[in-house]
Design a protein around this ligand. Sequence first.
Ligand SMILES: [Zn+2]
Ligand SMILES: [Zn+2]
Ligand SMILES: [Zn+2]
Ligand SMILES: [Zn+2]
Ligand SMILES: [Zn+2]
Ligand SMILES: [Zn+2]
Ligand SMILES: [Zn+2]
Ligand SMILES: [Zn+2]
Length: 394
Amino acid sequence: MRISLTAAVQPREVPCRVPGCRNTWTQTAEDILHALRRGEREPPKRMCARCEALYRDITEREVPCGRPGCGGTVRLGRFQQLVWEVRGRRPRELLCEECRSEAAAQDPVEVPCRVPGCSGRWLWKPEERLAWGREKPPARMCPDCYRIYRELEDVTRPCKVPGCSATVAYRRFDQLADRRAGRRPPQRMCRACAERLRQLQDRSVPCSVRGCDGTWTWTRFSQLVAERKGLGPEPPRRRCARCQEELQRLQDRTMPCRVNACDGTWAYTAAQQLSDLRRGRKPPRRLCPECLERVKSLEDREVPCRQEGCEGTWTFTRFDQLLHERTGRPEPRRLCARCETFLKDHPPVDVPCRACGTPMLWTSEAQLMAELGLWVKPDLCGECKAREVRQGAG
Ligand SMILES: [Zn+2]
Ligand SMILES: [Zn+2]
Ligand SMILES: [Zn+2]
Ligand SMILES: [Zn+2]
Ligand SMILES: [Zn+2]
Ligand SMILES: [Zn+2]
Ligand SMILES: [Zn+2]
Ligand SMILES: [Zn+2]
């Protein structure tokens, strides 16, 4: 009879009686039966094994009152101390009997939340105020903020310097403050970047437009970014503010081809215009893309001198060839450089007739012919020559 009853009852796990403890202790079947016989249906209040062990080592203590300047003491019971130990925290303020009754007669004070941008308040209880010992309340969050704060976690965010792979801690209190103030998470620099930035200084860099003597400022932050991106110490090419502004006003222009006979055009970009403006240059004369292409395919050619008997040549440049192509003119006939110079150096002269002394005009061309051995220098005038011929015949 007794055996079967024991078999029908199962041992059970009972929660530890210490508030805050999640352990259990095991009530045996036999125990349960004993209790049932005594008419006790509910399990007894008992500690788990761990709490029991802790409890054994705890002794009752007297500690000074938590209020600064008070000579009173507080008696700490063993069980009370056990509960604090299990919970892992003890009350902020432990006041003596006298101080506690003094606190009971006072009202709590409302204190503004410590989070900037929050208009919430927290209640400063009299006990806490007495234990604090000062008029100025401690910095604390309102319950609302604290609730949010507990759900937040410290996180890391990338350094704000592009190209830097370091991270920056974003603490949960800062997250809370930013959220309360309606701010976005701030962009922050890592420690290394902040330190490097302090060493750098803004630099004045010459304008990239040729002929401009203006400068632009390469900020230390931009320098830092360039460093982090591994771009080297050379400043980027950039225009000064004046050039930048002027460039906005300028517009690309369509210019006629340098070859008058061609209808083609080329684009005179605003940047080129600006550069020419700074150097005091006129708009350049240029070939249209087609002419440029054509001239590139041509080659300078040596052409025989048009002067009979001369073996010299002159250079028919590819640009000249292009001009002739575009205008449809026939290929030119020219003198070589030597012949050209000879004509320049030998103006027409008067040569006296050997017989009568009459001056005869000796042209530059005739002199050139004589130089080349094709003609001879004139000797007799027409009349004397004719006479000589008649006499020779008679
Ligand atoms: Zn326990
Ligand atoms: Zn006290
Ligand atoms: Zn708050
Ligand atoms: Zn960084
Ligand atoms: Zn400039
Ligand atoms: Zn053209
Ligand atoms: Zn020649
Ligand atoms: Zn003569």
